[in-house]
Design a protein around this ligand. Structure first.
Ligand code: FPP
Length: 316
């Protein structure tokens, strides 16, 4: 039997097919994160694709058109499936390629699968329509839907032997997830409002006169919308700075993957900072060539912006 560099047996043909399915989901839907995932060697790339495809499924149930009761049932069914994956009950000829791929990845890497239970818990908070009074309250949600993804990903990446401070790696991976999620919340403020959701903390909204929400393409009358956005951008930047402490603990290609994911989102944050009202007019995004450029910089270790303080408002 042929073996991978890490000494694990190569996946069988059905498992390879399951991974191909997950990689197609990732390539087709992870508009930003796919740029980072592509930089990984095969085994890690496949494991990250399996994690992505499972997470996408959970997220799609939450965002989909079903009534709340049915969403809850489907999420609980997914939790049961996760239990079967954890118990090693999924055979390689199972008809669910995402389960097959994730079960194989969990055998190859020490992935803390409980993080996917947290993701389900977070999406259930969405289904219940929870809102958040303070940043501490919102952090609980962000830890579930994004911090957990950071910790799960770290299970695939691993830390380098003898890396100083590596016991804190899960904490930094979690913080990086929070940074990405807060950026995502700012970017999607209008779309979420259209779906009846508000994530930003109620006390921040009140402070900047935005308690009436974001139902139109212009800021609420009499509000300091730019002030609110700049306040949250500063919070996200502080989270990025803290989370970037993870980078020196990772091998080169895992570090490049994280630098690409985070670098793309940081550039989104730069754009949002320069033009806060853009998030009310539509979805702020980067052109493909810019995402590719950020990814290549990550691979060459050039993205060291986290090491220097930048003046607010300057572009990269
Ligand atoms: C250490 C490490 C790897 C940390 C990263 C953790 C991570 C990838 C968190 C994802 C959270 C997030 C903003 C998801 C949005 O997905 P989406 O599908 O809505 O994103 P998109 O719309 O930008 O494509």
């Amino acid at each position: 039997m042929s073996r991978t560099v890490e000494g694990q047996p190569q996946p069988s043909a059905p498992v390879q097919a399951a991974y191909s399915y997950c990689e197609a989901v990732t390539g087709g839907q992870a508009r930003n994160f796919a740029y980072g995932i592509r930089l990984l060697p095969t085994e890690k790339r496949q494991a990250m694709s399996a994690l992505y495809a499972f997470s996408r499924r959970v997220d799609d149930i939450g965002d989909g058109p079903l009534p709340p009761g049915e969403k809850k049932d489907r999420l609980e069914a997914t939790r049961t499936l996760l239990g079967r994956i954890r118990a090693g009950e999924i055979e390689e000829d199972d008809t669910d390629p995402v389960a097959v791929a994730l079960a194989d990845s969990a055998r190859r890497f020490p992935i803390p699968l409980d993080g996917l239970d947290e993701l389900i818990d977070g999406v259930l908070m969405d289904v219940r329509g929870e809102t958040y009074e303070t940043w501490d309250d919102l952090k609980v949600y962000c830890r579930c839907v994004a911090g957990a993804i950071g910790r799960l990903s770290l299970g695939v990446f691993g830390t380098q032997p003898g890396a100083p401070g590596a016991d804190r790696a899960p904490e930094y991976a979690d913080t990086l997830g929070l940074a990405l999620q807060l950026t995502n919340i700012l970017r999607d403020v209008r779309e979420d409002a259209g779906n009846g959701r508000t994530y930003l903390p109620a006390d921040d909204l009140a402070k900047f006169g935005c308690s009436d929400g974001f139902g139109s393409a212009t800021p609420p009358a009499g509000s300091d919308f730019a002030g609110l956005v700049h306040f949250e951008v500063r919070r996200a930047r502080a989270l990025f700075a803290e989370g970037y402490r993870l980078l020196p603990m990772l091998d080169r290609r895992s570090g490049a993957c994280v630098a690409a994911m985070a670098g793309i989102y940081r550039r989104l944050l730069d754009r949002i900072e320069r033009d806060p009202e853009a998030v009310l007019r539509g979805r702020v995004s980067l052109p493909g060539h810019e995402k590719a450029y950020v990814a290549v910089r990550g691979l060459s270790g050039l993205d060291t912006r986290h090491l220097s303080r930048r003046a607010p408002g300057r572009s990269a």
